[in-house]
Design a protein around this ligand. Structure first.
Ligand SMILES: Nc1ncnc2c1ncn2[C@@H]1O[C@H](COP(=O)(O)OP(=O)(O)OP(=O)(O)O)[C@@H](O)[C@H]1O
Length: 890
C-alpha cells in the first residue's frame, strides 16, 4: 500500500465531510481538485488533467484553477447543478509550522449562489426549505441570499407545494427528515436539487428572522432554511430580513401551467423573456425594480383597495410626463441597493461597491424632490418613508476615494485627510520616495553615470542599477552587489537599506490601517442594512409604477374599473403582446361582454381565426389589472378575480411524459374542483384530444358543470358546433364567434368577435392554407358534403335536459374505440378512385350497398357514415382518410 502524504491526508479528511461537492482545495495561487473530483471537474470545466506524482504506481489525478479566476469556474459547476466547497488556507504558508491549516469557508450550491453577474440582476435566486407534518401539511420558506428577502407559508397539498416551487423557479430545496420520499422524488424530477438539513441549530440570525412568526410549522421550516444557510455559508448573514408569513391565497392564484401557457414571464418556445408579458411591461430602470415587477406578475393582488392604490400612483405618473422623466433619470443612477446591502453583510463589499452605494443614496433627496413636485397626496406615504440614509452616504463620501481600486487590501481606498495616522504613513512614503529621487540624482552626479537608476522589486527591494559598461566608474567601497542581470548589476548601500526599511514599513502600516478603516466603515454601513433594505423596497416599487406608467402611455392602456359584482365589460380589448408584435394597425380589438347573467361564452370560429388569442387577451388583461397596471382596451370594467384556470395549448405535455389528453383532463379537473364564482376559466377546445363523441360528450358535460355548479366566468372555445345549441338550455351561456368570410374560394379572417354561433367550420380551408395536396382537399370536400347530409338526417348529440346536465350524455360515447380501428386486410381496387375526386360514380360506389362487400369494407362504410366531420380537425380528417386508403389498398 502506498503511503499518503500529510497533505493528501488533510485533503481526504476535508473531502470526507463534503462527499457530494467538488472540493476546491487552495494550494498557493491555485484551487486544486483531486481524484474523482479532478476527473469529472476537468471534463466539465475543460481543464487539463494531470497527476500528482507522490507514487509512480498510484498517481493521483489532479487539476486546478487559478484563484483569481475561481468565480467563473464555480459558476459553471453550480449552474450545472453541482455544489462546490471552497477550502482556504487559514494561515500564511510562510509562517505555518508543519501543514498549513485549511478549512472550508463556503459551500456554494445552486440555491445559495449570490454572484450571479449581470445576467442574474433582474432575477431572484430563491433557496427554498420544505418540511412536512403528519397531517400532510407543509411548511415552505424561501430566501434570496443576495437580497436577504425571506418569506414563509403553510401549504396544505402536495400540488400547492409543487406549484409554489415552480412559481419561485427555485433551483434547490432543503428538506429535513419529515418530507416524504415520493415528494422528494417528484421535486427532483422537476430538475431541482434536494439538499438535506436534518437538525436546526440556534443562531443569532435565526432568532432575529423568526421574531414575527407565530406558527410552529413556520418556525420549523424557517429554522431548517436558516440553519442550512448558516452551515453552508459560514459568513455573516446580517442582511437576512425578518421572515414574513404569506398566504398564497392572498394573491390571484394561477397554477404554474397557466402561468406558463399564458407566457407571463417565460415564453413557451425558448423559456426566455422575449414575447412575454414581462417583456412588454418591463421598462424598469433598476435591477430591484426588475425583480419586483416579476414578483408582482407572479402574484397579482386580490384586494381592491391595494390594487386601486397602485392604480392611483400609476395614474399620477402617467399624467406628469416631466416629473416622470426626472424620476427615471434619477432611478437610472440607483444601483442594486438590495444586493449591495447583501454584500456589506457578507463582508464581500469593496470600495467601488461603497461608491455605488453612495451614488445611489445621493439620488434619494432628488427622488423625494421629484415626488414632492407632483403635489399629489397619493405619494405622501412614500415620501414619509423615503429615508436617504444620509449618514451612510456621508460616511462613505468622507472615507473613500472617488475611484477606488477593486482590491481592499492593497491600499489606495481611503481618502487623504480621513485619518491623521494614515496621512503620516503616507507622508513617510511620499518623503521616502522624494528622498529616493534625490538620491538617484546625487549618485548620478558623484559617479558620472547618467543612466544610473533606483528601482524596486518584490524579491530584492530597492536597488541601484548600473549597466555593465559603466561598472568601472563605481567606487568600490560603498556599493554592495545584490543581483546580476544580463547587461546590468544591481547594488544597495547602507543609506538605501535604511530608507527602504522606513518606506516599506510605512507602506505596510498604511495598507493595514487602510484595510482596518475600510472594515470599520463597512461595519458602520452594516448597522444600516435594515434601513437600506426598506429604502430599496420603496425605490423598487416606484420603479415598477413608473414602468407601468410608461407602457400605459406607449401602448394606450386605460385604467380598469374594479367592481364588486360580476359584471365584466371590456370595450375594444387587445392582446398586448400580439398587438406589439403585429402592430397597432393590424391588430383587431374585441369586446368582452359578460354581464351578471352571463358566465360562459362559447366561442366558435375557424381555426386560426383568433379564438385562443381572444381568451389569452382576457387573462392577461385581468392579470395586468390586478397588478395595478392599466390595461389594453378602450375601457374596462371588471370584478376582482380570485383565481385563473386555463387549459390552452399542449406545448408542455410532451415533456411531462403524460398523454396530452390526460393532462387536458387533469387541468380541466383542477379548474372544476377549485374554481369559485369569482374565478376565471379559459378552456380552449377541451375534448379535442380524444375520439369525437367522447370529446364532445365531455365538453358538453364540463360546460354544464361550470354552468350549474361553478358559475365562474368562463371562455370555452370549441369546434363542436353541436354545442352551440346549448345556448337554448343554459341561461348563463352565450354564443359568440369569430368572423371569417370566403372571398373567391379563399378564407379571410376578420379576427372580429361577433354574437351567435359560427355558421361553418372552414377546417378544409385551413388545411388548404397549410398547403395540403389539392386532390386530398377536394376529396375531403366531397366527404364533407356527404356527411353533412347524413348529420342533418341524424343529429349526433341530443340537447340535454337541465336535470341531466351534470352527467355526460350517454348516447355517443360507447363506441369511441370503434372510430379508429386497426386496419384489416382488404383487397380492393377503389383506392385510386378515392383520390380522384371528380369521379362521382366511384364516390357513390363507396356509399351504395354492394352485395359482395366484405366485412372490412362494410366497416369502412359504417365508420364513414358515423363520422362527425364537423367536430374534427383537418388533421383528424386527413389521418382518417389515410387509414381508409391504406385499408382499401390491401
Ligand atoms: N384580434 C386579432 N387581430 C389580428 N390578428 C389576430 C387577432 N387574433 C389573432 N390574430 C392572429 O391570428 C393568429 C391565430 O390566432 P389564434 O391562435 O388565436 O387562432 P385560433 O382560432 O385559436 O386557432 P386554432 O383554432 O387553430 O387554435 C394569431 O397568431 C395572430 O397572428
Amino acid at each position: 500500500m502506498t503511503k499518503t502524504t500529510p497533505m493528501m491526508a488533510q485533503y481526504q479528511k476535508i473531502k470526507d465531510q463534503y462527499p457530494d461537492a467538488f472540493l476546491f482545495y487552495r494550494l498557493g495561487d491555485f484551487y486544486e481538485m483531486f481524484n474523482e473530483d479532478a476527473v469529472k471537474g476537468s471534463q466539465l470545466l475543460e481543464l487539463t488533467l494531470t497527476t500528482r506524482s507522490h507514487s509512480a504506481k498510484n498517481p493521483i489525478p489532479m487539476c486546478g484553477v487559478p484563484h483569481k479566476a475561481v468565480q467563473n469556474y464555480i459558476d459553471i459547476l453550480v449552474d450545472q447543478g453541482y455544489k462546490v466547497a471552497i477550502c482556504e488556507q487559514m494561515e500564511d504558508p510562510k509562517l505555518a509550522k508543519g501543514m498549513v491549516k485549511r478549512e472550508v469557508i463556503q459551500l456554494v450550491t445552486p440555491g445559495t449562489q449570490t454572484d450571479t453577474g449581470a445576467a442574474g440582476a433582474k432575477r431572484n435566486n430563491y433557496l427554498t426549505a420544505l418540511t412536512q407534518t403528519d397531517d400532510a401539511h407543509y411548511g415552505l420558506a424561501y430566501t434570496d441570499l443576495s437580497t436577504g428577502e425571506l418569506k414563509a407559508a403553510e401549504l396544505s397539498t402536495t400540488d400547492t407545494v409543487i406549484n409554489e416551487l415552480m412559481s419561485l423557479q427555485t433551483k434547490e430545496v432543503v428538506v429535513d427528515t419529515t418530507v416524504a420520499q415520493d415528494l422528494q422524488d417528484r421535486i427532483k424530477q422537476l430538475g431541482m436539487m434536494i439538499s438535506t438539513q436534518a437538525d436546526i441549530q440556534a443562531s443569532s440570525e435565526l432568532s432575529y428572522v423568526e421574531q414575527d412568526l407565530t406558527s410552529d410549522r413556520l418556525t420549523q421550516v424557517v429554522g431548517v432554511l436558516v440553519t442550512y444557510v448558516t452551515v453552508t455559508q459560514k459568513r455573516s448573514l446580517a442582511h437576512l430580513q425578518r421572515a414574513v408569513a404569506y398566504q398564497p391565497t392572498a394573491f390571484l392564484k394561477m397554477d404554474h401551467s397557466s402561468q406558463s401557457n399564458l407566457e407571463i414571464t417565460q415564453n413557451l418556445r425558448t423559456k426566455k423573456k422575449s414575447g412575454t408579458l414581462l417583456w412588454l411591461l418591463d421598462e424598469t430602470k433598476t435591477a430591484m425594480g426588475g425583480r419586483l415587477l416579476k414578483q408582482w406578475l407572479d402574484r397579482p393582488l386580490i384586494d381592491r383597495a391595494q390594487i386601486e392604490a397602485r392604480q392611483a400612483k400609476v395614474g399620477v405618473l402617467l399624467d406628469h410626463y416631466f416629473e416622470r422623466s426626472n424620476l427615471q433619470a434619477e432611478l437610472v443612477k440607483v444601483y442594486d441597493l438590495e444586493r449591495l446591502a447583501g454584500r456589506v453583510a457578507f463582508g464581500s463589499v469593496n470600495g467601488r461597491d461603497l461608491i455605488q452605494l453612495q451614488t445611489s443614496l445621493e439620488q434619494v433627496p432628488q427622488i423625494a424632490h421629484t415626488l414632492g413636485d407632483l403635489g399629489e397626496p397619493v405619494f405622501d406615504e412614500t415620501l414619509k418613508h423615503l429615508d436617504p440614509v444620509e449618514d451612510v452616504a456621508e460616511a462613505i463620501a468622507d472615507a473613500i476615494v472617488p475611484e477606488p481600486p477593486l482590491s481592499v487590501t492593497d491600499g489606495g481606498v481611503i481618502r487623504d485627510g480621513y485619518s491623521d495616522q494614515l496621512d503620516e504613513y503616507r507622508d513617510a512614503m511620499r518623503n521616502g520616495k522624494q528622498w529616493l529621487a534625490e538620491m538617484e540624482a546625487h549618485e548620478r552626479e558623484v559617479t558620472g553615470i547618467n543612466n544610473l537608476k533606483i528601482g524596486y522589486n518584490h524579491v530584492f527591494g530597492y536597488y541601484i542599477e548600473v549597466t555593465k559598461v559603466n561598472l568601472n566608474k563605481l567606487p568600490a567601497d560603498r556599493y554592495e552587489r545584490k543581483q546580476t542581470l544580463a547587461n546590468a548589476e544591481r547594488f544597495s548601500t547602507p543609506e538605501l537599506k535604511e530608507k527602504e526599511r522606513l518606506i516599506l514599513e510605512a507602506e505596510e502600516k498604511s495598507t493595514a490601517l487602510e484595510y482596518k478603516l475600510f472594515v470599520d466603515l463597512r461595519e458602520q454601513v452594516k448597522k444600516a442594512i435594515t434601513r437600506l433594505q426598506k429604502l430599496a423596497a420603496i425605490i423598487a416599487s416606484l420603479d415598477v409604477l413608473q414602468s407601468f406608467a410608461v407602457v400605459s402611455e406607449d401602448y394606450h392602456f386605460v385604467k380598469p374599473t374594479l367592481i364588486a359584482g360580476h359584471d365584466l365589460e371590456i370595450k375594444q380589448g387587445r392582446h398586448p403582446v400580439v398587438e406589439k408584435v403585429l402592430g397597432r394597425q393590424t391588430y383587431v380589438p374585441n369586446d368582452v361582454s359578460m354581464d351578471e347573467q352571463t358566465n360562459i361564452l362559447l366561442i366558435t370560429g375557424p381555426n386560426m381565426s383568433g379564438k385562443s388569442t381572444y381568451m389569452r387577451q382576457l387573462a392577461l388583461t385581468v392579470i395586468m389589472a390586478q397588478m395595478g397596471c392599466f390595461v389594453p382596451a378602450e375601457s374596462a370594467q371588471m370584478p376582482v378575480f380570485d383565481q385563473i384556470f386555463t387549459r390552452i395549448g399542449a406545448a408542455d405535455d410532451l415533456i411531462s411524459g403524460q398523454s396530452t389528453f390526460m393532462v387536458e383532463m387533469q387541468e380541466a379537473n383542477r379548474a372544476l374542483s377549485h374554481a369559485t364564482a369569482n374565478s376565471l376559466i379559459l378552456f380552449d377546445e377541451i375534448g379535442r384530444g380524444t375520439a369525437t363523441y367522447d370529446g364532445m360528450a365531455l365538453a358538453q358535460a364540463i360546460i354544464e358543470f361550470v354552468h350549474d355548479q361553478v358559475h365562474a366566468k368562463t371562455l370555452f372555445s370549441t369546434h363542436y358546433h353541436e354545442l352551440t345549441a346549448l345556448e337554448d338550455s343554459l341561461k348563463e351561456l352565450r354564443n359568440v364567434h369569430v368572423g371569417a368570410v370566403e372571398q373567391d374560394g379563399d378564407l379571410v379572417f376578420l379576427h372580429q368577435m361577433q354574437p351567435g354561433p359560427a355558421d361553418k367550420s372552414y377546417g378544409i380551408h385551413v388545411a388548404k392554407l397549410a398547403g395540403m395536396p389539392t386532390p386530398l382537399l377536394k376529396r375531403a370536400e366531397v366527404i364533407l358534403t356527404d356527411l353533412e347530409d347524413e348529420a342533418a338526417a341524424k343529429p349526433v348529440v341530443a340537447v340535454p335536459s337541465q336535470t341531466a346536465s351534470t352527467q355526460p350524455t350517454e348516447q355517443p360515447a360507447a363506441d369511441s374505440q370503434e372510430t379508429t380501428p386497426e386496419p384489416a386486410a382488404l383487397p380492393d381496387t377503389s383506392t385510386k378512385a378515392a383520390v380522384t375526386p371528380t369521379d362521382t360514380d366511384q364516390q357513390l360506389s363507396l356509399f351504395s350497398e354492394e352485395p359482395e362487400m366484405n366485412p372490412a369494407q362494410a366497416k369502412v362504410i359504417e365508420q364513414l357514415s358515423q363520422l362527425n366531420l364537423m367536430g374534427m380537425t383537418p388533421m383528424d380528417v386527413m389521418s382518417q382518410v389515410y387509414k381508409w386508403q391504406q385499408k382499401l389498398s390491401k
